[in-house]
Write a protein that binds this ligand. Sequence first.
Ligand code: SF4
Length: 336
Amino acid sequence: MQALNFPPQNWQLSLKNLITDPKELFAILDLPKELLPAAERASTLFDLRVPREFVALMRKGDPKDPLLAQVLPLEQEFEERSGFIEDPLNEAASRPTAGVVHKYKDRVLLILSGACAINCRYCFRRHFPYSDNQISGTAREQALTYIRSNSDIKEVILSGGDPLVASDTRLEQLINDLAAIPHIERLRVHTRLPVVIPSRITDRLLEILGKTRLQTALVLHINHSREISTELERACQQMRQAGVTLLNQAVILRNVNDQAAIQVELSRSLYRIGILPYYLFLFDPVKGASHFDIEESDAKTLAAQMQSELPGYLMPRLAKEIPNRPSKTLILPDIQ
Ligand code: SF4
């Protein structure tokens, strides 16, 4: 596990100082200059955004670094491939009101913010119409009304973008409003922000998550063990002390983490810092990112290799999302 070797600072300052210019990223990491024109072109499709803390975990001079590969814009993003589309999960069909995605019976997802600290090139929401779908102002009230009037909903998932881009004050107000709805039992926060800017786990946030009556889980998104820094470990320890359940979801990405040894190390590293591996997703076929995809049969083989090395509680569920199904679809490892 690496220490960030990065001066600790206010997370909002880190958000203001993201690297957004490919030239700067190339200079900091000493990357081959011949790759720069393609990075500049592809960043017009989906902006480059990466926190300096995350860049500090990357290897210099290595264009194949698995952390860099998740954020580096590439020429392949212009390739059209059949079946790779802008809304691969057909979320547009599950939006009863702006900023609400209601796909599964007892839980609902709120799009709290359209922004992320990092733009992952493979993101299935890279084309999501965030500007029409954030819960603020009237949309926030309509979302709460929808949740209040639907007593089947037991859990609210804060998502985005990244919901932890919202200020602690805004989060506290929303969590209090949700906790005041009697049928809501659980709160889940889907976030990558503490991974890429660990200082996001502020004392105030810990207090907010620790004191709500809702059972709270934070689902992190970590794809490779090298994303785990000593600062993230400390933040996870604090969250566990506050009573927050920590889970991880990862996605299988070609040339990033599509090897069993990498996944096994990821599961072990997660558990060392108190996070349980939860889901390992097959790639969602989003337009512009088909170069990350692997065959389902290869994913099943990968999962079988993992299963032969890991105890059951460290084995994430291999799954894919098929639009309009009432739950995620679990996939069995291909055990020979
Ligand atoms: S942090 Fe999550 S929502 Fe944001 S770009 Fe990455 S995968 Fe997408």
